[in-house]
Ligand binder design. Structure first.
Ligand code: ZN
Ligand code: ZN
Length: 134
């Protein structure tokens, strides 16, 4: 565990979200909505309580979606990075896609949702609970 604040930075560097402490919840998901919304075969998301946000530096644009993030704030210039709200799910938190931290040492998620929907070339990870659905 680290005491250093973590920085989620967009691809162009315009937007930096800095958070402190550990996420309240953390998981990976291979459901169809996550795949289509992200363009990646699996999302890995950490939810931080809003009072653990140290700063949001840079300009954002907001999208309303019916996907895993109901209000998604991304870099105004490059469309990546940022954070999202998930409505009724952990409403006191923001979700941050863990890839924006670009930190190979970020702790592993405790579980992966919709494991059967992962790409079939991906082998079973050790020590992570694999769930058939939500
Ligand atoms: Zn950017
Ligand atoms: Zn999902």
């Amino acid at each position: 565990m680290t005491d250093e604040p973590r920085q989620a930075i967009c691809a162009c560097g315009q937007l930096t979200v800095t958070v402190r402490g550990e996420p309240e919840h953390h998981h990976a998901c291979a459901c169809t909505k996550c795949q289509r919304a992200s363009g990646s075969v699996m999302t890995v998301t950490a939810w931080f309580p809003k009072d653990q946000i140290v700063s949001v530096e840079g300009e954002t644009l907001m999208w309303r979606t019916d996907g895993p993030g109901t209000e998604v704030y991304r870099c105004k210039r490059c469309g990546s990075g940022g954070y999202f709200h998930t409505g009724a799910y952990l409403p006191h938190c923001v979700g941050i896609d863990v890839g924006h931290f670009a930190d190979p040492g970020f702790p592993a998620p405790p579980h992966i949702h919709w494991w059967p929907n992962r790409p079939h070339w991906l082998g079973k990870p050790e020590g992570i609970e694999l769930l058939d659905g939500n």
